[in-house]
Design a protein around this ligand. Structure first.
Ligand code: NZQ
Ligand code: ZN
Length: 384
């Protein structure tokens, strides 16, 4: 196992009827900017619960944050914050609203020129406004990490940044928010969380049995609980287990002391940027290609994954790996997520565009930093 440091200061408030606890978490006298998306919180009662709980606070609302949030939208909030002298940000929504809120929190305090540099140049974030989250969609893990992914609409670039400065002060996770989610978003959440685990697990062995078994427990829980939530959204226990799985999948705990991949995400972001495909769906397209093309790098872990998660023990190593890839694809399809280029109307034209983008980036990706533009072509051609 590698050396590591781990600190996660996010206070999690988890369970039924916990949204009203927000009043105890925001410093008295704060002037709050409440951020939200396209209106789901007004239909499922979350907006009302938050407003009732915070009736004694000054609140300015900033709605309309789109899925795969835009830098351009975030900058409108930055102007509003400066004008209204806001000192606390409250994100009420899914990963997109929260990621936007993180970017806004950093951009308000940024002194290094255009805040887009936080993403484009990975400029250091020295300070950020404090923020809290009421999560309405289990998927990204954004509620317990310092990551954010922002899209510049003007140039169709989707780029992440990461800093502990934007970790939420608190995140409220009431599994009842799942009741109003469309099936499509539940499936996205299950698959996104599943692939977050694989990005941190399906690499190479460094003798880390605790991280491995913790990762495997999250994978198995998602395989068991995801279909239960899809069958009955009001199954509170299943919703709770799904929600907690998504949080621990990306709160850093399974990443300590182990190599990480993230190639699936890096390529997936370009598919969203170019075609607007939901984040989780881009991952479901790319991952089987990575498992196939990087089967030598990942051999031991692919065999372990196949055996422990899917019970695959028969055949040669290559046959076992093929079976593990097939099982993974079948799982994604069973929750309603397609995994091939044609299923999304994509052709080789998209592969050419993505490969040419990577050629200009001059870095390689994957846990061994050995995946360059031409291997990305091979990975995507596997999905045609
Ligand atoms: O906008 P509203 O009206 O709220 O509707 C949203 C949106 O249309 C809806 N929704 C959310 N909660 C709901 C609900 N509808 C009914 N009932 C509820 N309770 O769901 C739609 C999708 O929401 P979004 O926030 O976009 O989904 P998700 O949470 O999957 O976030 C995706 C974004 O997170 C980024 C992705 O790249 C993408 O931009 N990621 C962030 C990560 C992080 N910060 O660590 C890691 C991930 O890998 C990911 O990259
Ligand atoms: Zn993801």
């Amino acid at each position: 196992m590698y050396n590591f440091e781990y600190k996660n200061p996010v206070k999690i408030i988890f369970g039924k009827n916990t949204i009203s606890n927000v009043v105890k978490e925001i410093p008295k006298g704060s002037k709050i900017l409440m951020t939200f998306g396209g209106g789901s919180i007004k239909q499922n009662g979350v907006y009302e619960q938050v407003k009732n709980a915070l009736k004694d606070f000054g609140i300015i609302e900033f709605g309309g944050i789109e899925a795969n949030p835009h830098y351009e939208t975030c900058m409108k909030a930055v102007d509003l914050i400066k004008k209204e002298k806001i000192d606390f940000l409250l994100s009420v929504g899914g990963g997109s609203v929260l990621d936007a809120t993180k970017f806004i929190a950093a951009a308000v305090c940024f002194e290094g020129g255009d805040p887009w540099n936080i993403c484009a140049k990975q400029a250091v974030v020295k300070d950020a406004l404090p923020l809290g989250a009421i999560l309405t969609l289990p998927a990204t893990g954004s509620e317990m990490n310092g990551n954010s992914v922002i899209t510049k609409a003007e140039t169709q670039e989707k780029t992440p940044f990461s800093t502990p400065k934007v970790m939420p002060q608190f995140s409220i996770l009431d599994p009842e928010v799942v009741y109003s989610l469309p099936d499509k978003q539940i499936a996205n959440g299950v698959v996104d969380a599943f692939i977050h685990v694989l990005e941190q697990y399906l690499t190479f062995d460094v003798n880390s049995p605790i991280q491995d078994r913790f990762a495997e427990s999250i994978l198995s829980t998602l395989i068991e609980e995801g279909p239960k939530v899809l069958a009955n959204k009001k199954d509170y226990e299943a919703a709770a287990n799904f929600m907690w799985s998504a949080t621990v999948a990306l709160n850093g705990i399974i990443a300590v002391g182990v190599p990480q991949d993230w190639a699936t995400h890096t390529i997936g972001h370009d598919l969203t940027a170019l075609h607007g495909i939901d984040h989780a769906r881009t991952l479901a397209i790319v991952l089987p290609g990575i498992m196939h093309v990087k089967r030598d790098n990942k051999k031991d872990k692919l065999l372990q994954y196949g055996k422990r998660i899917w019970g695959i023990t028969a055949g040669t190593d290559n046959e076992k790996i093929d079976a593990a890839i097939s099982k993974t694809i079948l799982f994604f399809e069973s929750v309603g997520i397609q995994t091939t280029f044609p299923a999304y109307g994509l052709t080789t034209e998209t592969i050419d565009k993505i490969v040419s983008r990577f050629k200009k980036r001059f870095y390689k990706i994957g846990e061994k930093a050995d995946i360059g533009a031409e291997q990305i072509r091979e990975i995507l051609e596997n999905r045609l």
